[in-house]
Design a protein around this ligand. Structure first.
Ligand code: ATP
Length: 326
């Protein structure tokens, strides 16, 4: 089937670079004389018929903007068969031949179900800061989030040093510790708590005692939000404070600022390459694939594999972090 019209949507949590990928999808459609439709507010917009034609002018001036021009949403209705049927009626109404979904694993799960039910080809672009998808070394937005976290903790470090304080900084990462591990190395954290490595409170206390003995008067502990020990970072800090009465311990939860901001050069180039490949993959008659990035190249992974597998933490980074804590 010759593809004449492609729809594009952003779904789940927003990430820097979503706009860049959207721009690339629209322009690659135009380059290939394919119509492009923007679906506003993710799958919910597909159900509610929030669909507008996009052309190269519609995506002017967004390459450097965080968030998503199409808005993102989480749609409970799309999880029901009735909801998806309504969405498909709009796909037919607008003569949409294929869809590019920019989102995370939940969005890809919904995409696979929708594709199977209604035989509509779908290609996924991994837009999430968590870097928690199999089949890509970098998800879109991850590099920007890392730099945002690094800059924020650098600022916290100034206060930590000036006041001889111990800081616990919670960063995003429900299931994956990529942000915590990499930003932790980049800012010189004393300890990094991630869900993949079950460092208990005892081990943490030993490490902090060691650092105190070595003459360090201030330290930063980076905690991924999904880590067992640090699940409640305020409680964790209280328990550690009991062991170090002379340390003033402060907690900082970075929160949603990690998801925003202008994409880095890396994410802009990545988003552009992913957007181009998404459209070209559909033109070549392929579907159910996620566009990934590995060893400098753009690669395709079946959406099923991208969801089921997880992106493993690099053991070399753990070793490097340990050596730095000498
Ligand atoms: P992030 O990683 O940033 O959280 P995500 O894509 O994983 O992004 P989710 O909220 O998990 O975010 O999923 C986005 C949307 O995908 C949901 O709101 C829902 O509309 C759809 N979706 C998720 N799971 C399913 C499912 N099992 N069936 C149908 N649709 C689903």
């Amino acid at each position: 089937m010759k593809i004449k019209k492609i729809a594009v949507l952003t779904s789940g949590g927003d990430s820097p670079g979503m706009n860049t990928a959207l721009r690339a999808v629209v322009r690659t459609c135009s380059y290939n004389n394919i119509q492009c439709a923007g679906v506003y507010r993710g799958f919910q917009g597909l159900i509610n018929d929030e669909i507008k034609t996009l052309n190269t002018r519609s995506v002017r001036g967004i390459i450097n903007r965080g968030g998503t021009m199409l808005y993102s949403a989480r749609s409970e209705e799309f999880k029901s068969k009735d909801g998806r049927k309504k969405a498909y009626e709009n796909v037919k109404k607008h003569n949409i031949d294929a869809i590019v979904v920019i989102g995370g694993d939940g969005s890809f799960t919904g995409s696979l179900i929708f594709e199977k039910e209604f035989k509509i080809p779908i290609i996924g672009i991994p837009g999430t800061i968590d870097n928690d998808l199999f089949g890509t070394s970098h998800t879109l937005g991850y590099d920007t989030a890392l730099n945002t976290v690094m800059e924020a903790i650098d600022k916290i470090r100034d206060t930590a040093i000036s006041h001889d304080r111990l800081f616990f900084v919670e960063v995003m990462g429900r299931d994956a510790g990529h942000i915590a591990l990499n930003s932790g190395i980049a800012i010189g954290a004393q300890e990094i708590l991630i869900p993949e490595l079950k460092i208990g409170i005892d081990e943490l206390v030993i490490s902090l005692k060691k650092s105190k003995k070595a003459g360090k008067s201030s330290s930063i502990v980076v905690v991924a939000e999904g880590d067992d020990t640090g699940k409640n970072v305020f409680e964790l800090s209280k328990r550690v404070e009991e062991k170090f009465p002379d340390y003033e311990i402060k907690v900082s939860v970075l929160g949603h600022m990690q998801r925003g901001g202008s994409p880095t050069c890396f994410d802009r180039v990545l988003g552009t390459r992913m957007g181009v490949t998404a459209v070209e993959t559909l033109i070549n008659g392929q579907s159910s694939k996620m566009i990934g990035f590995k060893e400098g190249k753009i690669v395709l992974t079946p959406l099923t594999a991208a969801i089921k597998g997880n992106s493993k933490i690099n053991p070399e980074l753990i070793r490097v972090a340990e050596i730095m804590n000498v």
